[in-house]
Design a protein around this ligand. Structure first.
Ligand code: CTP
Ligand code: CA
Length: 237
């Protein structure tokens, strides 16, 4: 058994996990980023390695060190993350997109540091930053798989309930829209999830199985529950 008391049920499996928040540069010293700590994705990579998998972690910005026994590929932007995930997914048995991918990036990158102007006639002058859409990496991985059933593809969604639906309803709609096999939905809000060590999620499945709740528990325990759901769905080796 591994440290969590589970058998090496992922032995021989190739696992590809993305984690952390992408950073979209404006100039050599500035970027647009997000509050993802990367903790849940890193915990998933560590748990999979402990259960015998061969793990590659494609890591954008994270607050936590990469686990030992895991191959780590560092990226900064959504476009870099897309290139690494797209190249590696065909060799994987399962792909987990736990990274917080910026939906938008600055339309222009300035090669030199953006400076204030010093025009006495317009002392409050400020630039306007135009944004463009980043590609949807997860949807691209699903489309690139074509009719094949491998790799199994797992998405993440951070949702808040609102007037148009509950957290689970938004999650179900996102699962359909993305076309992935499983979607891990976590509830976010002030003080919830971002940077915290505990998490509460529901694992939604497209195969009609009931949502599997997990937590509140440590991100490591949540990770093990996610692998418990993934394991039996992997095509036999
Ligand atoms: N994702 C991705 N590429 C993007 C944005 C998101 O691959 N450009 C992935 C995330 O890694 C996650 C899943 O898609 O696994 C859902 O991310 P989320 O931000 O919740 O979904 P969006 O489609 O961006 O929808 P929203 O407008 O609610 O942010
Ligand atoms: Ca998004």
């Amino acid at each position: 058994d591994g440290p969590a008391g589970r058998a090496a049920d992922l032995a021989g499996r190739r696992v590809l996990v993305s984690a952390g928040g992408t950073r979209e540069p404006l100039d050599p010293v500035r970027y647009l980023g997000n509050r993802s700590s990367g903790k849940q994705g890193v915990a998933l990579a560590a748990a999979a390695a402990d259960r015998g998998a061969e793990v590659t972690l494609v890591a954008a910005s994270t607050d936590v060190p990469a686990p030992v026994g895991v191959e780590v590929v560092r990226v900064e932007t959504a476009l870099e993350l897309q290139a690494e995930m797209t190249a590696r997914a065909p060799q994987a048995d399962v792909v987990v997109m736990a990274a917080a991918v910026a939906d938008f990036r600055p339309a222009e990158y300035a090669d030199a540091k953006i400076k204030k102007t010093h025009d006495p006639a317009d002392p409050d002058a400020a630039p306007t930053i135009r944004l463009v859409r980043n590609p949807d990496i997860l949807a691209g991985l699903v489309a690139g798989r074509g009719a094949a059933t491998a790799p199994l593809i797992v998405g993440f969604a951070a949702e808040t309930g609102d007037a148009s639906g509950s957290v689970l309803e938004h999650g179900r709609a996102k699962l359909e829209r993305k076309g992935c096999d499983l979607l891990v939905v976590n509830e976010v809000g002030v003080g919830k999830t971002f940077g915290q060590d505990t998490n509460m999620v529901h694992v939604l499945s497209r195969d009609g199985a009931a949502p599997v709740p997990a937590g509140p528990a440590s991100k490591r325990e949540i990770a093990d529950t996610i692998w418990d759901v993934v394991g039996p769905r992997l095509v036999s080796a």
